[in-house]
Design a protein around this ligand. Structure first.
Ligand SMILES: Cc1cc2nc3c(=O)[nH]c(=O)nc-3n(C[C@H](O)[C@H](O)[C@H](O)COP(=O)(O)O)c2cc1C
Length: 337
């Protein structure tokens, strides 16, 4: 499948609670102009009853950005989707894959895979409420299910109410006995099932998620599916996306870590002015120099300095100077200077 900017789901970064907030998404957007971004899951009731600006505000640079919702009541989800669209989101996604006890307690997330009729009603109501795409993010099944036909029927049912995009975390979830983190590692990955979904439903957009670490791996999957979503690999090393625009979106743009760090300083300054602590931004920058000369030093200086009360951007400036010095020193050693 030829990678093309015409397919909005070609490459995306997964919704990750506590990680993919607006500050991390801003950082990612500096690295890639094209990759599709997802919010953390926001529960529909929080949007209906809570502080919308706090939950939904994002930076205009973040587009294309999708709002992920959690919920299981059609009317509430429809209303939350409508608000999300009015807020400017480019897509509304429904979480059908989170197995955490808290989420199960609310009756949504992965346990909804057991209730295709309810999910179909939810998605139909959301689709009716908004004009932007309404998409599903789900697993291959739950608990003891070992049946490809189940997930195929699930997809078919949702396609029946007009859902066209399915982001498939390529493993099932255990609703009891595993923590959310274990549920992202213990159930084996079954990429073959995701490929088969694409073969069986060629008219649907099938996005593969789970365990993809590099753009090379993403490219290989793109031979078989329409899109790839990366999660942990991007948080652990955001520069894994550095080549994304050139490789997948025919862009000649090139960025380096120092430029990104400097842009983030300007951004952090603006956030401080809004009254946020430096750490709200700096915590997402810890892995910016992952695997680079001075990368550990950078992480240590930020961890120690940026979480202090009243810390300012000078912590980042000082850390960057140290990393630049370390980088030059290593280059000097390598070239025998
Ligand atoms: C810290 C963390 C938080 C997550 N939060 C969400 C979430 O809010 N909604 C969701 O659908 N998936 C969530 N996930 C799952 C990811 O979206 C993704 O499906 C999973 O990590 C597998 O992809 P990966 O192997 O590329 O990380 C989370 C994962 C992590 C690591």
């Amino acid at each position: 499948m030829k990678a093309s900017a015409l397919n909005p789901w070609l490459l995306s970064v997964a919704p990750m609670m506590d990680w993919t907030d607006r500050h991390f998404r801003y950082l990612l957007r500096l690295i890639s102009q094209w990759v599709r971004l997802y919010t953390e899951m926001v529960v529909d009731q929080s949007i209906l009853l809570g502080n919308r600006a706090k939950l939904l505000d994002f930076n205009p640079e973040e587009h294309p950005v999708a709002l992920q919702l959690g919920g299981s009541v059609p009317e509430r989800l429809a209303e939350a989707a409508r608000i999300g669209e009015a807020w400017g989101y480019d897509e509304i996604n429904l979480n059908l894959g989170c197995p955490s006890e808290r989420v199960q307690g609310g009756g949504f997330g992965a346990c909804l895979m057991l209730e295709p009729e309810r999910v179909a009603a939810c998605m139909a109501a959301m689709r009716q409420a908004v004009g932007v795409p309404v998409t599903a993010k789900h697993r291959l099944g739950v608990d003891e299910m070992e049946d490809y036909r189940y997930v195929a029927r699930f997809v078919e049912r949702l396609a029946g109410v007009g859902v066209g995009v399915f982001i498939v975390h390529a493993r099932k979830a255990y609703l009891k006995g595993l923590s959310p983190a274990e549920n992202r590692t213990v159930p084996p990955l079954r990429y073959d099932w995701v490929y088969r979904l694409k073969e069986d439903f060629p008219h649907l957009t099938i996005v593969l998620n789970g365990g993809v670490r590099t753009l090379e791996e993403a490219e290989a999957h793109l031979e078989r599916v329409d899109g790839v979503m990366l999660g942990r690999a991007v948080y652990e090393d955001p520069f894994v996306l550095a080549e994304a625009d050139r490789r997948f979106f025919s862009s000649s743009r090139q960025v380096d870590r120092f430029w990104v760090a400097r842009q983030m300083m300007g951004y952090a300054r603006a956030q401080l002015e809004r009254g946020l602590p430096l750490w709200a931004v700096a915590r997402h920058m810890l892995n910016l120099f992952k695997g680079q000369p001075g990368g550990r030093l950078w992480r240590r200086l930020l961890s120690e300095g940026a979480c202090r009360r009243g810390a300012g951007v000078e912590v980042l400036e000082a850390a960057l100077e140290r990393v630049m010095a370390e980088s030059e020193r290593r280059l000097g050693v390598q070239s025998g200077r």
